[in-house]
Write a protein that binds this ligand. Structure first.
Ligand SMILES: *Cc1c(COP(=O)(O)O)cnc(C)c1O
Length: 419
């Protein structure tokens, strides 16, 4: 039956999915429905909530900022929260990422990165415009983001609008060299502006993990050919993979990096694209046609920037990294029981993210089992939203061991139900 609500939800097939659950409150790792049921947020409300819902320090910062300055045009004007945040970001991100461009979402941070790369080469007078991307990549749902992302059911209708990219095979275990070889070949062919990649784990593409040495090699090959390396850390940033940023594990500095999701601790939409000075400098000119022509109305919204600053203060003042390490070890001990379970395969983990594939029927995002898995978790008061037959967990860092037990026990029970 058609809902009476006029709301069209994202990634939702209204004809087959149950009515949306009405959420009234959130606290820590838990949500509460309007009728008082509690739900464990095992995927951090689509990967954004890091310290838990309504962290008091972030809530206070939002209230204080709202009392002073809500919004101001960001061209020709600036404000303290953005200035302070930019300085802090330059200090904590990999070295030499010296300039910060603000936008509103992960997708827009990727669009900005692609435009920076193309602008860089054009203003340098070099004919480089091809983009390289990984198979199974996800970089957002705007036209540029879809173009560099994996093609398939998600974007087939829009294919005529998408630009061509050169696709590198995913560096799966024991096939890493094929990826590196393909990268070498593409770089040698010339005309390549940039490689964009999610460092260490491809998120929406199925929680596919690859090792730091491959990331380091990709960066090295790019550098040898003058190809810009864009790290899309929209999901991996803010501790998700066990370090503040995933690139740290490979000891690399990307030329351009995108951060969003956990940037405000999951409280407000905000994104940044950081770049090296030479990319800024290529646009720096008395020739006004070299301006970086990009903006969104709410660029660097002061309240969102204040929330992001409060997030960084939490990283400074609370044992966030210890929570992450603890969460990672809780995952590890609980995942073990599924390693020899023939109903699952590809049991895997990186930092606070755990994933496993259900062996039942078809695989991939459109796997028939996906919606019923989602529903089974829902009935148990758990927010888990499998990517097809891939069950993954990405809880807030404040989750307790008992919270995790609830969800791991549910995985076992649901698998029993599948038989
Ligand atoms: C979520 C995500 C995006 C898109 O971010 P939005 O805020 O949803 O636009 C881009 N890249 C990666 C790697 C993501 O996980």
């Amino acid at each position: 039956m058609k809902s009476t609500s006029p709301v069209w939800h994202p990634f939702t097939q209204h004809a087959v999915q149950p009515e949306a659950t009405l959420i009234a409150r959130g606290e820590g790792a838990w949500l509460e429905t309007a009728d008082g049921r509690r739900i464990f947020d095992a995927i951090s409300s689509w990967w954004v909530v890091t310290h838990g819902h309504r962290h008091p320090h972030i809530v206070r910062a939002i209230k204080d900022q709202a009392d002073r300055l809500d919004q101001v045009i960001f061209a020709g004007f600036t404000h303290a929260p953005a200035e302070q945040l930019a300085r802090r970001l330059v200090a904590i991100t990999p070295p030499e990422l010296d300039y910060v461009f603000f936008s509103d979402s992960g997708s827009t941070s990727v669009e900005v990165a692609l435009k920076m790369a193309l602008g860089f080469w054009r203003h340098r007078g070099e004919n480089r415009s091809r983009i390289l991307a990984l198979q199974d990549a996800y970089h957002g749902d705007t036209i540029g983001g879809m173009s560099v992302g994996e093609r398939g059911v998600f974007n087939a209708p829009y294919d005529p609008l998408l630009f061509q990219v050169d696709r590198l095979p995913f560096p799966s275990a024991d096939h890493e060299q094929a990826t590196l070889d393909a990268l070498q070949t593409a770089c040698r062919n010339g005309g390549v502006a940039a490689l964009i990649a999610e460092p260490l784990i491809l998120g929406a593409g199925g929680m596919l993990i690859y090792p730091p040495w491959v990331l380091a090699e990709m960066k090295r090959i790019c550098q040898a050919h003058g190809v810009l390396f864009i790290a899309d850390e929209v999901m991996t940033g803010w501790g998700r993979t066990g370090t503040l940023f995933a690139c740290e594990q490979a000891g690399i500095t990307p030329d351009i990096a995108c951060y969003s999701k956990g940037l405000t601790g999951g409280s407000l939409p905000l994104a940044v694209t950081l770049c090296r000075a030479d990319i800024f400098d290529a646009h720096y000119s008395t020739d006004r046609t070299r301006t970086f022509f990009h903006s969104s109305s709410y660029t660097a919204n002061p309240i969102a920037c204040a929330a992001a600053l409060a997030n960084l203060e939490i990283w400074d003042t609370e044992p966030v990294m210890e929570r992450i390490t603890r969460l990672a070890s809780w995952h590890a001990t609980r995942l073990d029981r599924f390693r020899d379970d023939r109903r699952f395969k590809n049991v895997r983990q990186i930092g606070t993210i755990a994933a496993l594939d259900v062996v039942a029927g078809d695989a991939g995002y459109m796997a028939n089992i996906g919606p019923s898995l989602h529903q089974s978790f829902r009935e148990r008061g758990l927010l888990v939203r499998p990517l097809g037959n891939t069950i993954y967990l990405m809880p807030p860092y404040c989750s307790s061991e008992a919270d995790l037990d609830l969800v791991y026990d549910a995985i076992g029970e649901i698998a029993d139900g599948i038989g």
